[in-house]
Design a protein. Structure first.
Length: 220
């Protein structure tokens, strides 16, 4: 005897509330077309089902990464689709689901994004060398010719200006050279072995066992 509703019951109820129909689409009979059957929509985890699952079973919670959120919830639905929830209401059920999701969120995200690297025992090494070479050469000279001792001489090498001289010859040159030497290198190595494959087997299943224990009915 069924005591509490299943995930499929909740999904079906919400799809009907949204005006969806398994047998008639825009007034046209579609028979038993699997594209419109509610159980098939749930197993495919289409957009309609994604929103229902997020709102009804996860109380609006989503994993930080979109790809992780879709992957994990699709697996969640297919794993527990016909299982009875362990609470009298979907709101109470959702609180337990969200709690379990929050405490494993960081692990789930890390495993999803680094699974391939872990499987390959990948090691990455990055090195960066930064250097700057600066050289500056300044050549300057001046010749002043004055026949009158009372003449005033004022020589400014910055603007090449001199007052009261019969003749003058001024030269100034500056060479400034700079060079940057920035190098970055990355090396990686992979090592596939049977022990690593064995250690990662059933990894996701362990998380769903916790959802099963905390959130679903175990007495029939």
């Amino acid at each position: 005897m069924k005591v509490f509703p299943t995930l499929l019951d909740g999904i079906r109820s919400e799809l009907i509330n949204q005006g969806k129909n398994e047998f008639y689409v825009e007034g046209e009979y579609v028979g038993n077309n699997k594209d419109y059957r509610f159980i098939q929509k749930a197993m495919r985890y289409d957009e309609d089902v994604d929103q229902i699952v997020t709102d009804m079973f996860f109380a609006g919670y989503r994993f930080p990464s979109i790809e992780v959120d879709k992957f994990f919830k699709k697996a969640f639905v297919n794993r527990f689709l016909t299982r009875q929830i362990g609470r009298q209401t979907f709101e109470s059920f959702a609180s337990q689901v969200v709690f379990q999701s929050l405490i494993c969120e960081q692990e789930v995200e890390a495993i999803f994004h680094n699974f391939t690297s872990a499987l390959a025992n990948e090691n990455k090494t990055e090195s960066t060398n930064t250097g700057e070479n600066i050289s500056e050469n300044i050549n300057q000279g001046r010749d002043i010719d004055s026949t009158l001792p009372q003449d005033q001489i004022n020589l400014d090498l910055s603007d090449f200006h001199m007052d009261y001289a019969d003749s003058n010859s001024i030269s100034k040159s500056k060479t400034d050279s700079r060079s940057n030497n920035n190098q970055k290198s990355t090396t990686s190595a992979t090592n596939y072995n049977a022990e690593t494959f064995k250690s990662l087997q059933g990894l996701w299943d362990n998380y769903f066992k916790e959802y099963d224990r905390r959130c679903f009915l175990h007495v029939w």
